[in-house]
Design a protein around this ligand. Structure first.
Ligand code: COA
Length: 297
C-alpha cells in the first residue's frame, strides 16, 4: 500500500536542489499560507469527531500512549493543537498517561564550553502539538538535551523522572524504556516511522546490537524548572547515522507480523503500534543483522 504520509519524490527532489534560504522564504511566504487556506477550506474537524476516530483506532480508558503528529496533515481542527491533546486526555481519562516527544536541538555555549539545556525554556522541534502540550498544567518534562519526553496523567512525574541519570536516552529506567514496560501504544498521526522514536529502544535494550550508535558522554549544563543548575553527562546519536538510516524499512516488517494498524484519520493516516512490539520485533531483526542502519531487510 502506498503511504499517504511519506514526502513525495518530486517534493524531495525540489528541496534537494533549492538553497535553504530560498526554501525558507518560499515556506514562510507562500507554502505556509497556502497550506492553511487549503485545510481551512476543507471544513472544521471537532474534538468529538477526533475522539471517535481515536477510539476506532483502539485508544481506551487507562491507556499509556505516546503521540507523534503533523497537525496540518489532519485537516482544520476547531481549537487546533489543544483540541487534539484534549481529545486524547478525554479518552484515556485520569488513569491514562499521555506522552509526547519534546526533542530539542543541541545548544553549545562557547563561553561555558559545554552544551546547555533549560527544562522550562528550551523549545521542542517536534511540532506545535507537543509544543502546546509542553506548556499545559501538570505536564512533566524529562531532562534530556536531545530526547526529552513530556507526560501528563497517571504517574507522569515518575515517568519523566531520572532521564538525566541514564547512560543513553533509551537506557533502562529512561522514560523511553518505561514506554516498553508500560506496553504503551504509539499513535503516529500523519507521520510514519521517521517520527517513531521508540524504534531506538532496541539500540540499548539488545546488548549485542550490531551498530555503534551513541556518542561518548557530553557535558551539559541543565537549568531545572526551579532555576537551579547542574552539570550532567549525556549521550546522543552519532551525527552521521542519519545518512545510512532507513526507518521506513520497518513498515514492511510491522505489517507482515500484524503488529501495526493503519487507519484513515480525516485528511491523513494514523499508524498504531505498541512500544513493546516495536522493540521486540526489532530485536528479532537485529539478531539476523537487519537494522534500520543496514537496508538488508
Ligand atoms: C515536523 C512536523 C512537526 C511538521 O508537521 P506540520 O504539520 O507541518 O507542523 P505542526 O504539527 O507543527 O502543525 C503546525 C501547522 O498546522 C497548521 N495548522 C494551524 N492551525 C491548525 C488547525 N487549527 N488545525 C489543523 N492544522 C492547523 C498550520 O499549517 C501550521 O503550520 P505553521 O505553524 O507553519 O503555520 C511533522 O512532520 C513531524 O515530523 N512530526 C513528528 C515529530 C516527531 O515526533 N519527531 C520525533 C522523532 S525526531
Amino acid at each position: 500500500m502506498e503511504s499517504k504520509v511519506r514526502e513525495s519524490r518530486i517534493k524531495a527532489r525540489i528541496k534537494h536542489f533549492l538553497p535553504f534560504a530560498v526554501q525558507k522564504f518560499l515556506y514562510g511566504n507562500i507554502v505556509k499560507k497556502a497550506r492553511l487556506l487549503r485545510i481551512q477550506l476543507q471544513g472544521k474537524i471537532t474534538k468529538e469527531g477526533i475522539k471517535k476516530e481515536l477510539q476506532k483506532a483502539g485508544l481506551k480508558k487507562g491507556d499509556a500512549v505516546i503521540v507523534h503528529s503533523s497537525l496540518s496533515r489532519i485537516g482544520y481542527i476547531d481549537g487546533g493543537a489543544k483540541a487534539l491533546i484534549d481529545s486524547f486526555l478525554d479518552v484515556i481519562g485520569s488513569k491514562g498517561l499521555l506522552v509526547m516527544p519534546a526533542f530539542s536541538a543541541l545548544h553549545y555555549d562557547k563561553k561555558k564550553k559545554m552544551y546547555v539545556f533549560d527544562v522550562k525554556k528550551t523549545p521542542c522541534y517536534t511540532g506545535s502539538v507537543p509544543e502546546t502540550f509542553r506548556h499545559m498544567k501538570n505536564v512533566f518534562r524529562s531532562v534530556s538535551p536531545t530526547h526529552s519526553l513530556i507526560a501528563k496523567g497517571k504517574n507522569a512525574k515518575w515517568f519523566a523522572g531520572g532521564h538525566e541519570k541514564c547512560s543513553s536516552p533509551y537506557a533502562g529506567k529512561s522514560p523511553f524504556y518505561r514506554l516498553y514496560e508500560l506496553d504503551a501504544k504509539i499513535f503516529l498521526i500523519g507521520v510514519d516511522q521517521l517520527a517513531n522514536s521508540s524504534i531506538h529502544i532496541v539500540e540499548d535494550r539488545y546488548k549485542k546490537f550490531p551498530f555503534k550508535v551513541w556518542t561518548k558522554p557530553n557535558k551539559v549544563l541543565v537549568t531545572f524548572n526551579n532555576g537551579s543548575k547542574k552539570v550532567i553527562y549525556a549521550r546522543w546519536h552519532l551525527p552521521n547515522l542519519y545518512r545510512i538510516r532507513d526507518n521506513n524499512m520497518l513498515e514492511k516488517h510491522f505489517l507482515e507480523e500484524n503488529l501495526m494498524g493503519i487507519f484513515p484519520f480525516f485528511g491523513t493516516e494514523l499508524r498504531v503500534i505498541k512500544a513493546r512490539d516495536v522493540a521486540d520485533c526489532m530485536e528479532r531483526l537485529a539478531k539476523k543483522n537487519i537494522t534500520i542502519y543496514s537496508t538488508k531487510g
